[in-house]
Design a protein around this ligand. Sequence first.
Ligand SMILES: *Cc1c(COP(=O)(O)O)cnc(C)c1O
Length: 229
Amino acid sequence: MIAGRVAAVRERIARAAARAGRAPGEVTLVAVSKNHPAQAVREAHAAGVRDFGENRVQEAEGKVRALAGLSGVTWHLVGHLQANKARKAVGLFQRVHSVDSLDLGRRLDRVAGEAGLALRALVQVELGGEETKSGASPGELPALLQGLAGLSHLEIEGLMALPPYHEDPEKVRPFFARLRALRDEARAGGLLTGGELSMGMSHDLEVAVEEGATLVRVGTAIFGERVIR
Ligand SMILES: *Cc1c(COP(=O)(O)O)cnc(C)c1O
């Protein structure tokens, strides 16, 4: 069942990429396994998925350890990270999508440095209308990127956003376009070298891919409704 859903999601990505004149390989599918058991991750892995996302450090802990034997897996932290969990996060995740302050970036940099690794990270941008209010505002972004660029153990790969949910995915398109514009401005201004755009979820991934997403974070469309509370 999960294999069939993975195939369907890949097909959706491929069609949207084709409409936008992009190669499907430009888009990495991150399967968001939060609230789903380790066994579901194993099934997705058997279907060829190698990138998995979790939104809470605490929940990820047991799962990442239980799945340590799976080959070639990259774990992505896609949810908000509290500074006091930075050390744990660096031990579990290879990519963090939710850097939203220089404070958090500095802490991740220090912990990654102590562990002798370079952590791949994206800056989460708050584009307005969100319930969670995580993320840097577009106005704060240039200064934040400048500060983060000086951290040697943190590799800033691009930007991430979690726009408000709309029944009609077309309503989310302006948010995705805005994130892409912010990335392009930051790159033109020499504030960003990476070009990743983490945007798009189960119900709006086509629009996100059309607008340039390079990482789509898909939960429900692969794993079904969330079961663990
Ligand atoms: C849960 C979650 C997703 C996946 O959402 P679906 O609608 O289930 O695809 C994507 N990004 C973040 C940050 C999430 O917390």
